[in-house]
Write a protein that binds this ligand. Structure first.
Ligand code: ZN
Length: 214
């Protein structure tokens, strides 16, 4: 059984989605599109429509605001994501989390493979799981391969916070939410994080909430 939406050709659906100029509605956890493995991008949208879709993702990410957004989060099951992080955080936080600014970029068919065995654990959140954050242990450094929005090959190593962002977004394309990888006892409302867990690292949260860090 499909929903009526499933029977509309993908390009037509995206065309309708990007018809306005404003941010797109975000899909929240519980929608099956966030749990499906997205299809590789293989020209399903022509270059003009792809450019408009990427622009719509960018507008939506900035409005949220967020540092990354994957196509399934606006209901489109294609392996496309955008990232951008101006990193507006205090110096000591930026240093502890290696949160260096990440310019806007488009990931098409991204694949992340770990580089080395380093791990990093920090609070993160997701626009599709509004209101909460949790501590996720991720590879400290990853190699990202795939393409950009012009079809050019990408092969690049990401470290620090940008490595976390590309892993989070690539996970979305595989139907994985950060909660699947999170330390359950770290789950905190945005308010609790703002009031208690703004330290550069989650060490104090780990002690107080009773979870282990790597
Ligand atoms: Zn997310």
């Amino acid at each position: 059984m499909g929903t009526p939406n499933d029977r509309v050709p993908l390009a037509d659906r995206v065309e309708r989605l990007v018809a306005g100029d404003g941010p797109l509605p975000l899909v929240a956890a519980g929608d099956p599109v966030l749990r499906r493995v997205s299809d590789p991008f293989d020209g399903q949208l022509d270059s003009a429509l792809l450019a408009r879709f990427v622009q719509a993702l960018r507008v939506t990410m900035r409005a949220a605001p967020g540092v990354g957004l994957a196509a399934p989060q606006v209901g489109v099951g294609l392996r496309i994501a955008v990232i951008e992080d101006p990193a507006p955080v205090p110096e000591e936080v930026a240093v502890a989390r290696a949160r260096v600014p990440q310019p806007f970029r488009v990931l098409v068919n991204p694949v992340c493979t770990p580089v080395g065995s380093g791990r990093a654990a920090f609070f993160e959140g997701c626009l599709s799981v509004p209101g909460y954050q949790a501590v996720v242990t991720r590879h400290a450094e990853v190699r990202l391969t795939g393409q950009d929005e012009h079809g050019r090959s990408v092969d690049e190593v990401f470290g620090g916070w940008p490595a976390r962002i590309v892993q989070h977004e690539t996970d979305h394309l595989d139907g994985t939410l950060y909660l699947d990888r999170a330390e359950p006892r770290s789950l905190s409302s945005h308010q609790a994080v703002a009031e208690r867990w703004t330290q550069p690292t989650p060490a104090e949260a780990a002690r107080a909430l009773g979870f282990e860090l790597p």
